[in-house]
Design a protein around this ligand. Structure first.
Ligand code: ZN
Length: 340
């Protein structure tokens, strides 16, 4: 039922409703809102200058980060700290979902976050944090009835198994209230083994939680990890996962098992997990032409200085995808959502 782009020469936000499946709350809040929240809470920031703060929490135009670890330790550290209380996180969620609707006509919005990275090392109660995010979402849904939305709880590679297990249990507990699924993310970490999570993640899926996993984004080890994920865990979707293009068998499995990839073009280039637009074209085209279900996402529009519309226009202008192909990717996002 989505209108197509046929009649427009350029993507424009007033026309077509969009779905965003892969956005981190830590990368989605307008820096000006974060700045105000930080001040309201009296958080000690490393600068008193707003513009310096903005540079601190966003990746600027030509800034290149060296991999995911760098993004986590520099940018996310601050956004997550500022969002670390019920009073802070409620307007963050509310503003993100409402803002994306107004600016980008995003009518289907999945937003993900890790409540344990927002409880100040255990000082704040996890249930309060989670309920505050649900309240923020509900407010946006009341204001904009066209929107459908859901929240995903992120487990993290750098957390011990026991804590990730608690996150999973919280997701189950709040499933009837709007937690639609779980994700597993975070930079590569020596103490983390995906094998340890096979049972837990399969169980999550069997209990009706949507399952997506960040993998196949960076390095040879993540390609190996992705093979295990696809073989043994069979998530509904994979965050990034583009490294699969190097492995014919893996591509075939993605197609057969109908696993959707959540691609985030600008993020890939900024974190330098894809080195150039040419390389991106080669990789994305190869996956598309093999029949893998692809979706386009921002990863965190404010942090990466993008919007979903900018992502589509970029792919069009660089001739990575044609307009009818992009229409099919938009439809894929509506088809692959965990929001029921
Ligand atoms: Zn991500």
């Amino acid at each position: 039922m989505n209108p197509t782009l046929e009649h427009h020469t350029h993507y424009h936000h007033t026309h077509i409703p969009l779905a965003e499946l892969h956005t981190h709350l830590g990368g989605a809040v307008d820096p000006a809102i974060l700045w105000t929240i930080a001040h309201e809470q009296g958080i000690k920031l490393p600068t008193k200058d707003y513009w310096e703060f903005e540079r601190l929490v966003t990746v600027s135009k030509d800034e290149k980060l060296e991999g995911m670890k760098m993004l986590d330790s520099t940018k996310y550290h601050w956004t997550e700290l500022i969002q670390s209380s019920p009073l802070a996180i409620e307007p963050a969620v509310h503003g993100t979902i409402g803002g994306a609707y107004r600016a980008n006509h995003i009518v289907l919005h999945e937003l993900r976050y890790n409540p344990m990275k927002r409880n100040r090392g255990g000082e704040q109660d996890l249930d309060h944090i989670i309920m505050a995010t649900i309240r923020g979402m509900e407010k946006a849904l009341l204001e904009y009835p066209e929107i459908r939305a859901g929240l995903l709880i992120i487990l993290d590679r750098t957390l011990p198994f026991r804590l990730n297990e608690i996150l999973y249990q919280k997701a189950l507990k709040y499933r009837p209230r709007g937690i639609i699924g779980i994700d597993l993310a975070g930079p590569p970490c020596d103490s983390f083994r995906m094998e340890d999570y096979v049972d837990l993640l399969r169980e999550a899926k069997s209990k009706g939680l949507g399952l997506t996993i960040h993998t196949g984004e960076e390095g040879a080890e993540q390609l190996k990890e992705m093979e295990l994920v696809v073989e043994k865990i069979e998530p509904d979707r994979i965050g990034h996962g583009f490294l699969a293009w190097q492995n014919e068998k893996l591509v075939k499995q993605l197609v057969e098992k109908k696993i959707t990839l959540e691609l985030c073009p600008t993020s890939n280039l900024q974190i330098q997990v894809i080195k150039s637009e040419e390389e991106m074209k080669k990789i994305y085209r190869s996956l598309y032409d093999s029949g893998v279900i692809l979706t386009i996402n921002t990863d965190g529009p404010e942090m990466h200085g993008t919007t979903l519309w900018k992502e589509f226009n970029f792919l069009l202008e660089k001739q990575i995808f044609a307009k009818d192909e992009l229409n099919s990717l938009i439809q894929n996002a509506f088809d692959s959502t965990f929001v029921r």
